[in-house]
Design a protein around this ligand. Structure first.
Ligand code: M6R
Length: 593
């Protein structure tokens, strides 16, 4: 969360603002910049989105160096006071920070005891005050001493009034630097380098340094670090949007994304590492993710269990580390993450590696920390996903895990995976009847709470559909295993309640419908979601809405089932006047634990 930028070059203020806009997916609670000119640095801040900051920034012809920040609030409310950049008391240092300083209260006490005053509730201000505390002639030594005090995660871009350049440091939050002809750009995401440079440097954990645009000094605790540049792939920036919102664009992207995925995994070379893995060497598979990625794990675990007859477990990443998981070299850990930067998932990866488990990353961002650090990366090929609500990435995570399960099964039988079924699925992919989704949205927009039920794969869809409705429509949507209704949930049902019934799994459909009847008899209004033709006519007559989707007849049904709910969530969100791309209190990339 939070995006940081540092820039040395002309047109400083506007460049920083433009780059911050690209990082706004990381948080949009407040924004700010600090820009140096001959008389020192000037700070501008505003609450809310970057467009508010743009209105207050005064451009100066003398500016050449600056830093910027877009915030997702952790410590302290999203006020101007808590917005970055934060400054030292003597105003000689200004910094922007992405991450969390876990021991900031202890540091704050120490600094206050030394006579310093604090103006914000943030952990980040502590770093600015520490820089003043350790200030000396050699500024890199000041930085080093400051960093030695910090526990937690940080990507920092720092200005000092006397120095023509930008200091930086990184631990567990992403940071990249690019140089171009005397200009420099530091950023939380390489998408900022589009149009600026063709190469960039990855700053690793424990590294810190300085750039003035001509040279780049990078150090760690052992001394100077030699850095080799990485080539910048311009395709990462392909985020043109002709739709009203990224969310709807990205839902419509699904078809193309699934086809790109299949195309990628149809190339044998891309399966080399996965096919070299013998599932018989493992006694269990653990699937880890957060939010939508976790919901995809629920589906992935079903595929692996069915295809490979192996014990599969799922856990949300934030719980995993503290649940004393039994991990060893016979455990295969699959980490699912769109961004590849989610802090909880990264922590789970660290634990898996410490325990010598084999790790697979199912990721969208191929240059991300998870992608770089797992044993095997399985890119999901969804293309850039901008909207906070994950849509096409979920579908691509599912197809990737489905293909992976087929490949591992084929490896066991010493054959090649047969992807014909996947290919037929992609060829016949359909978004269904959009008018129907709009109709349901027109009803749901007036609800405060709804319930979703299903069994097996249908319950996985219900979890993900509920998450979409919650985050984009601010409706409390709750999910239950259909069989659980009578164990408590029925007490919540009244005439005002809508219950969405997912019934696409033949072997359990009769039981699911009985559960739906239990809710109906207590006054609930039913929205039936099915792929099956031979549904009980009497029951169908009781439903307020029926959504009929294609019967896919394989695990990829999970994709067919979720897409309508992505549309419904989008239409409901828009009709309620919510910006579905930037729901309140959320961010796209969650880099704090
Ligand atoms: O980047 P990741 O896939 O690791 O992100 C995980 C969750 O933060 C993410 O899926 C979140 O739940 C989305 N807002 C869901 O739409």
């Amino acid at each position: 969360m939070c995006g940081i930028v540092g820039y040395i070059g002309n047109n400083t203020e506007q460049t920083i603002i433009d780059k911050l806009k690209k990082l706004e997916y990381r948080g949009y609670d407040s924004a700010g910049i600090a820009v140096m000119n001959k008389t020192g640095y000037r700070v501008f801040k505003s609450k809310g989105e970057i467009k508010n900051l743009e209105k207050v920034v005064e451009v100066s012809k003398d500016s050449k160096i600056g830093i910027g920040h877009t915030r997702w609030a952790t410590h302290g409310k999203p006020t101007e006071e808590n917005a970055h950049p934060h400054v030292s008391e003597d105003n000689r240092w200004a910094l922007v920070h992405n991450g969390i300083i876990e021991n900031y209260l202890e540091l704050k006490d120490k600094l206050m005891a030394s006579g310093m005053n604090f103006y914000s509730q943030t952990d980040s201000e502590t770093i600015a005050k520490l820089l003043q505390y350790y200030d000396g002639k050699d500024k890199l030594t000041t930085i080093e001493k400051t960093l030695n005090n910090l526990k937690g995660s940080y990507a920092l871009a720092i200005l000092n009034e006397d120095i023509n350049g930008i200091f930086f440091a990184k631990n567990k939050s992403p940071l990249f630097v690019a140089l171009n002809n005397g200009k420099a750009l530091l950023a939380s995401d390489i998408i900022c380098f589009n149009g600026f440079a063709t190469e960039y440097y990855v700053i690793e954990d424990g590294e810190y340094g300085f750039t003035d645009g001509k040279k780049l000094i990078v150090k760690n605790r052992l001394g100077i670090v030699g850095k080799s540049p990485c080539a910048f792939d311009c395709s990462v920036e392909n985020v043109e949007n002709v739709y009203d919102h990224f969310m709807i664009k990205e839902i419509f992207d699904t078809e193309k994304a699934l086809k790109s995925n299949l195309e990628y995994y149809s190339v044998e070379d891309n399966l080399k590492k996965l096919s070299a893995l013998n599932i018989k060497n493992y006694d269990k598979v653990v699937f880890i993710g957060c939010g939508t990625a976790y919901n995809a794990c629920l589906v992935g675990a079903k595929f692996f269990r069915e295809q490979l007859d192996i014990d599969c477990f799922t856990d949300v990443a934030s719980e995993f580390r503290y649940s004393h998981p039994k991990l060893d070299d016979k455990t295969l850990v699959i980490l699912v993450s769109q961004s590849g930067e989610t802090a909880d998932t990264l922590a789970a990866l660290e634990l898996a590696k410490e325990n010598k488990s084999t790790t697979i990353g199912v990721v969208n961002v191929e240059y991300s920390t998870i992608a770089k650090n797992v044993d095997i990366t399985l890119p999901i090929k969804a293309g850039v996903e901008v909207a906070v609500a994950s849509t096409k990435a979920y579908s691509c995570q599912i197809i990737t895990m489905y293909i992976a399960s087929l490949v591992l099964k084929a490896t066991l039988n010493k054959t090649k995976a047969d992807l014909k079924e996947v290919s037929a699925f992609c060829d016949n992919f359909s978004f269904g009847k959009l008018e129907k989704y709009q109709e349901i949205a027109d009803t749901l927009r007036y609800q405060n709470k709804i319930f979703m039920i299903g069994r097996g794969l249908d319950c996985c869809t219900a979890y993900e559909a509920s998450l979409k409705i919650k985050e984009t429509c601010y409706i409390n949507s709750d999910t239950y295993f259909a069989g659980e209704l009578k164990h408590g949930f029925l007490a919540l049902i009244d005439e005002m309640t809508y219950v969405v019934v997912f019934a696409t799994q033949k072997e359990v459909v009769a039981k699911t419908l009985s559960n739906a009847e239990e809710a109906y008899s207590r006054g609930a209004k039913i929205i039936l979601f099915t792929s099956l033709d031979d549904m009980d006519k009497a029951f169908m007559d009781k439903c307020s809405f029926i959504v009929k989707v294609k019967d896919v007849n394989c695990g990829l049904q999970a994709i067919t089932n979720i897409v309508p709910w992505q549309f419904i969530a989008y239409y409901t969100s828009v009709s309620k006047g919510i910006n579905p791309d930037r729901p309140r209190n959320l961010a796209k990339s969650v880099t704090v634990e």
